[in-house]
Design a protein around this ligand. Structure first.
Ligand code: ADP
Length: 309
């Protein structure tokens, strides 16, 4: 079983000619609600790879809650520990202009109700998971507490530090695997090294240097995702580059979440980290060939789209 402690949102995407300025009213198009939130995305990605998935989260008592959880239900994610909170369901309003430039407002809403008490209540079930995944979209105290409590219970955790939130360095080091993109990797390294970035001999830190530096900063295993270049993983045994299959990318939204969810499913099924990353790279590449996040996540065994390569 894969446990996920994380956010559940709806995304409202608006297409405009240009991002409106202060006081301005523009006509746009789009306006459809799609399910999102890193926790929910990763839960769907893992479930579609065949994992049993338990999601710990919260939604509001509003109409958006049904839209936020529709694909979770369809993907058979266990929602018994998804609470109903007084605040509205988490909402991201994404405005995209003709140059594909975007501006985003995120209202965490009910996700802030994913507090220490809820994780404490969920611990008996989380302790039975093969791996538990966390991200930065629920309160940082909750993430720190969960990393500590799960390590004490002997449960392997995957920390996707996205967005980068100010966690204690010791809490980050409790993660069995840290997964970050290149931008997040630099920020995470700053937290772990107390602000002093020591990448001696690496004037422009590349993904491999970042992964190596993070591992050297006291992490058991680190995966730095590199977009179309795949990912690099670093642990005590050195670094390994996992290439991304060449595909015709149409929408990379949610690719990082697909990677993390599929990787967790792989780990839970007994794969070693490198093999889990290879599975994740296959799954994530397929998601960028179709629009949207959860809607684009493949089911295991589904035939892939032809490669552009
Ligand atoms: P994020 O979206 O979180 O910034 P990345 O851009 O690194 O993360 O993408 C996450 C993963 O998705 C990559 O490691 C890769 O496996 C896959 N991916 C992203 N973009 C592409 C692409 N254009 N072609 C193939 N795979 C991709």
């Amino acid at each position: 079983t894969v446990g996920v402690i994380g956010s559940i949102n709806v995304d409202l995407t608006l297409l405009v000619d240009r991002i409106p300025g202060p006081g301005e009213t523009l006509l746009g198009s789009g306006g459809t609600l799609s399910p999102g939130g890193k926790g929910a995305n990763q839960a769907v990605a893992a479930a579609r790879q065949g994992a049993a998935v338990l999601l710990v989260g919260a939604v509001g008592r509003d109409a958006n809650a049904a839209a936020a959880t529709e694909l979770l239900r369809q993907s058979r994610v266990d929602l018994a520990l998804v609470a109903e909170a007084d605040d509205p369901t988490g909402l991201a309003v994404v405005t995209v202009d003709r140059q594909a430039e975007n501006s985003i407002v995120v209202v965490p809403g009910a996700n802030l109700a994913v507090d220490i008490a809820r994780v404490t209540a969920a611990l008996p079930r989380l302790a039975g998971c093969d791996v538990v995944v966390l991200q930065g979209e629920v309160p940082p105290q909750t993430v720190e507490y969960a990393l500590d409590a799960l390590a004490a219970a002997g449960v392997r955790t995957v920390l996707n530090l996205a967005p980068v939130v100010p966690l204690a360095a010791e809490a980050i080091r409790r993660a069995a695997v840290l997964v970050v993109n290149e931008h997040e990797a630099e920020q995470a390294l700053r937290i772990l090294t107390g602000g002093r970035l020591d990448l001696t001999g690496e004037p422009v830190p590349d993904g491999t240097a970042l992964a190596r530096a993070l591992a050297a900063a006291g992490l058991a295993a680190v995966v730095v995702t590199l977009g179309a270049r795949g990912a690099v993983l670093a642990d005590g045994g050195g670094t390994v580059h996992v290439p991304a299959p060449a595909v015709a990318a149409v929408d990379t939204t949610g690719a990082g979440d697909a990677f993390v969810g599929a990787m967790a499913a792989g780990l839970a099924s007994g794969l070693a980290l490198q093999q889990a990353c290879e599975l994740a790279a296959e799954v994530a590449a397929r998601t960028v060939t179709a629009p949207g996040a959860q809607q684009s996540y493949p089911w295991a065994g589904e035939p892939g789209r032809p490669s552009a390569g």
